[in-house]
Design a protein around this ligand. Sequence first.
Ligand SMILES: NC(=O)c1ccc[n+]([C@@H]2O[C@H](COP(=O)([O-])OP(=O)(O)OC[C@H]3O[C@@H](n4cnc5c(N)ncnc54)[C@H](OP(=O)(O)O)[C@@H]3O)[C@@H](O)[C@H]2O)c1
Length: 297
Amino acid sequence: MTEPNASDHQIAVIGAGAIGSAVARHLLAHGHDVVAWNRTPSRLDPLAAAGARPAGSVREAVSSATLALFTLTDYVAVQQCLAELDGDLSGRTIVAMCTGTPDEAERAAQRVTALGASYLDAGIQTSPEVIGTDAATILYGGSRSAFQRHRALLGLLSTPHFVGEAPQAAAIWDLTLFGLWYDAQLGLLRAFDTVRAAGIDVAEFTDTAVKQLEHVVTGAPGIASELLNATYPAGPATLAEHLTVIRHLIRLRDGQTLGDGGLPTVAARIETLIAQRRESEGLTATIAAEHGMPVAR
Ligand SMILES: NC(=O)c1ccc[n+]([C@@H]2O[C@H](COP(=O)([O-])OP(=O)(O)OC[C@H]3O[C@@H](n4cnc5c(N)ncnc54)[C@H](OP(=O)(O)O)[C@@H]3O)[C@@H](O)[C@H]2O)c1
């Protein structure tokens, strides 16, 4: 990690919640000049005690900075704070660091660009206490040149990961990772629910569940290369064999607390592929076709 020159950046942190406070404290600890604004001014006191300069308004904070980090609850808050800015903000970079949808990120980018500033969107895959450690992941999308300009400084918060020039790229990546976690976690809960309802020892089941999840983890790079090569070999089972098991599962899950996990949709998709005589392909074929253009990188 290269230490950026503190005099090259004046940093504004807009929002002194859990993430904003952690970000500001970390930058202060590295000797950076941080001006901070928070809607509830009293929440700034601990940061001021740590060396941050409190600002009286969003405009005051951003106008004195080359890099402004908007660490707020959501894009509604980001837009409300952006609405307080006007004039020409060229030469500045505004980073929206919050969880939200791709279209919200795109609208924030439009507003920032209209103000003449560069836009970065950040997906925080990290809890506040992890910020600044090697375990921290923050995804950035938007202006590549702004990312490169501030890369060393952003590298103080996490290993910075640039995911694409589209302003919504980080939001898509970020939300998709959350979705992956929910799918895996809810799949696990659904499995526990089924076995517990059947009177099976949940603790004993856990070892076999972990082994099953490991198959998913170790298989991920193989699926990526199947997609890259546009070849969908059967692997452990053909589509026809998968369809048989999935139909059994749909019956087993009938009436379950967390529903069927979308398996009828998957079964219908496999039936379509089988009708196209693709029954000997593997499960990756279910997502292989009919995709839009990838988000620009
Ligand atoms: N905390 C985590 O572990 C974590 C992990 C991953 C991602 N994230 C994401 O990071 C973002 C920030 O999370 P956080 O944990 O820092 O949230 P937080 O502790 O609840 O802080 C939210 C901040 O947003 C400000 N705010 C809310 N609405 C506002 C508005 N309309 N105008 C101006 N300021 C407003 C709050 O100001 P007040 O003090 O005045 O209320 C506060 O400074 C969220 O999008 C969250 O999903 C958080």
